[in-house]
Design a protein around this ligand. Structure first.
Ligand SMILES: [Zn+2]
Length: 214
């Protein structure tokens, strides 16, 4: 079980990246296969791809080294949380959490909106109220507006990553884009996040008669 780290007495969320954990996507090249072009590292080794064969961003694991960068998420820890349903703040399995007896998962999602089945997120679950409060403390965009839901299912959907041009290797966008697992573009993507689709949703920020509190 990971230990909850602190910085100036404030708990630092498990998925927060530290300043010694700068990602790097150097050493990329395009190879051509019968199915089409695909991206690889020139010195690719074990750990550069996930079990689906998706190319992952390289990022040192140095949790606790330097300072926490609350704006940055560590790619591998985010993926670990999504794959194993670990709490994004304390890193513990959420199924052992209070309120999860029905097998549902607690999510706090950015924005004040109605969340319906199929909603896609890169935000891993939370284990309970204490970690929910911690995440709201650290995340400025969640503090501005958020929606709390319980979801019965968090289904693997795809990745959020940077798609590269197969001819120039240039990044096609600055921001991460969502690419589903069955999209050919995945071969030209460096993945930074797992994306799940939520289903079986109960919105905890609506009142029993379906209205959102003001
Ligand atoms: Zn937690």
């Amino acid at each position: 079980m990971p230990q909850l780290l602190t910085d100036h007495d404030r708990p630092v969320p498990y998925i927060t990246a530290w300043t010694h954990e700068t990602p790097n996507s150097r050493s990329l090249e395009v190879r051509h296969a019968p199915k089409g072009p695909f991206l690889r590292y020139t010195d690719e080794g074990p750990g550069d791809r996930d079990w689906r064969g998706i190319l992952l961003i390289r990022q040192p694991l140095a949790r606790g080294k330097g300072r926490p960068d609350y704006e940055a998420v560590h790619a591998r820890r985010q993926m670990l949380c999504m794959r194993n349903m670990l709490c994004q703040v304390c890193g513990h399995p959420v199924e052992e959490a209070e309120g999860a007896e029905d097998g549902s998962f607690l999510f706090v999602l950015p924005g004040d909106r109605t969340i319906t089945d199929g909603y896609r997120t890169t935000s891993p679950p939370l284990c309970g109220d204490e970690c929910r409060r911690r995440s709201l403390t650290h995340c400025p965009h969640l503090r501005r507006a958020h929606t709390t839901v319980r979801a019965r299912y968090a289904l693997p959907w795809g990745v959020a990553g940077i798609v590269h041009d197969p001819h120039t290797l240039a990044e096609r966008s600055e921001a991460l884009v969502h690419v589903p697992h069955d999209d050919d573009l995945l071969a030209l993507t460096v993945a930074y996040r797992c994306v799940v689709a939520l289903a079986g949703i109960t919105d905890l920020t609506t009142t029993p008669d379906g209205h959102r509190p003001t």
